[in-house]
Design a protein around this ligand. Structure first.
Ligand code: ATP
Ligand code: MG
Length: 348
């Protein structure tokens, strides 16, 4: 029987509740489809920081390297500087492990009330560049005195960085509905993002069978709300992808529904799977967090490991669960975190 080595990093807040609940679902799928997990828990995050002054120990990445994948909840706590989770954990793992694709699907769940008036179904994937761009943390604050000051962040986009995520998006489109929409703002970010456009257009010529169009981020945001059904694969930069995928979560009905994969397509380092939302301290400890985004990121982990049959079965079980009206509080229901994951398991 195949045994996958999984590093489990629940993190903070609701991560501690939804990760164990979602793991139960993955374990049940393993039993049904003939694989198992060798799991190790790591207590990294803002809680760890309060005790040790850093989000994870020095040798953390060296340790995580040995695993087939990292199953991650969320990091961050009120009272802990909110620039630290990205700087000390997420961005470090994503860049060190060359997880240059952030894969974030958006689709309709049966039985879930959505905020959009249109009933038209939608099903697309936001492919967000995950290692460079606006998130490189290159910049400075100049604070000479009380009256004057200046903050500068530099975005860095490289040919290599753009090309590799673009190839991923075009190849993904070939497995879907053959369309890539790339989203930038090259009419105002005239150096960095017009370079993006140029490189993307070059890559696109290698995929003549894939329809390729372009939108600016402002228009794309409006289109997510007005006509989400036009999208298949949305290819965009780190910052724009971050924003668009929260919007994607919102049009599905809740942030709690969105899952994500930080993917190293070459598999030379582990990939990391997490929900799109954060640690939600406002609802932590109440057993009401929606575990579906976490479960969905587990589905992506199984796909990455090659367990497609199990992945499809879990998604179908989640659909059956929402369709039958077993819904968490954020979707207008009253089921607890565990009640949701138990229902998914029984539908499996
Ligand atoms: P981060 O910067 O880490 O992304 P954030 O500040 O964007 O965090 P979240 O933690 O994502 O904030 O929470 C945003 C809102 O969405 C909160 O009101 C939270 O309660 C709600 N929320 C997020 N995840 C869930 C979930 N799984 N179930 C229910 N509500 C959620
Ligand atoms: Mg957020």
């Amino acid at each position: 029987m195949t045994k996958y080595k999984i590093a489990v990093v629940p993190g903070d807040g609701i991560g501690k509740e939804i990760v164990p609940a979602a793991m139960e679902v993955l374990l049940a799928a393993g039993e049904k489809f003939g694989f198992s997990f060798d799991m190790e828990n790591f207590d990294y995050g803002a809680g760890y920081y309060l005790e040790h002054g850093k989000f994870m120990p020095e040798d953390a990445l060296e340790k995580l390297k040995a695993f087939d994948a990292v199953y991650f909840g969320a990091v961050g706590l009120p009272g802990v500087d909110d620039t630290l989770p990205a700087k000390d954990y997420t961005f470090k793992v994503r860049t060190q492990f060359q997880q240059y694709v952030n894969y974030r699907p958006v689709r309709v769940y049966p039985g879930v009330t959505r905020p959009l008036r249109s009933e038209k179904p939608f099903d697309f994937v936001v492919v967000r560049e995950n290692t460079e761009g606006e998130f490189v943390q290159v910049g400075n604050q100049y604070l000479p005195d009380e009256e004057n000051g200046m903050g500068v962040d530099t975005s860095i986009f490289t040919r290599k960085g753009i090309e590799r995520v673009a190839h991923y998006a075009f190849q993904l489109a070939r497995t879907r509905r053959n369309k890539v929409t790339h989203v930038t703002k090259s009419n105002t970010l005239i150096n960095s993002l017009s370079y993006w456009d140029r490189v993307i257009k070059e890559v696109a010529t290698q995929y003549p069978d894939v329809t390729h169009d372009q939108m600016y981020i402002d228009n794309a945001s409006a289109s997510f709300v007005l006509k989400p059904e036009v999208f298949d694969v949305v290819l965009t930069t780190n910052l724009f992808g971050d924003i668009l995928s929260d919007l994607g979560g919102a049009i599905m009905g809740s942030l709690g529904l969105g899952g994500a994969g930080n993917i190293n397509p070459e598999k030379d380092f582990p990939s990391m799977f997490e929900p799109i939302h954060g640690s939600a301290p406002d609802i932590a400890g109440k057993n009401i967090a929606n575990p579906i985004g976490q479960i969905w990121s587990g589905v992506m982990m199984l796909e990455h490991l090659g367990e497609n049959e199990a992945a499809n079965a879990i998604l179908a079980a989640v659909d059956k669960t929402t369709e039958s009206g077993v819904l968490p509080v954020d979707l207008g229901g009253s089921s607890s975190t565990q009640e949701i994951s138990k229902a998914v398991i029984s539908n499996l």
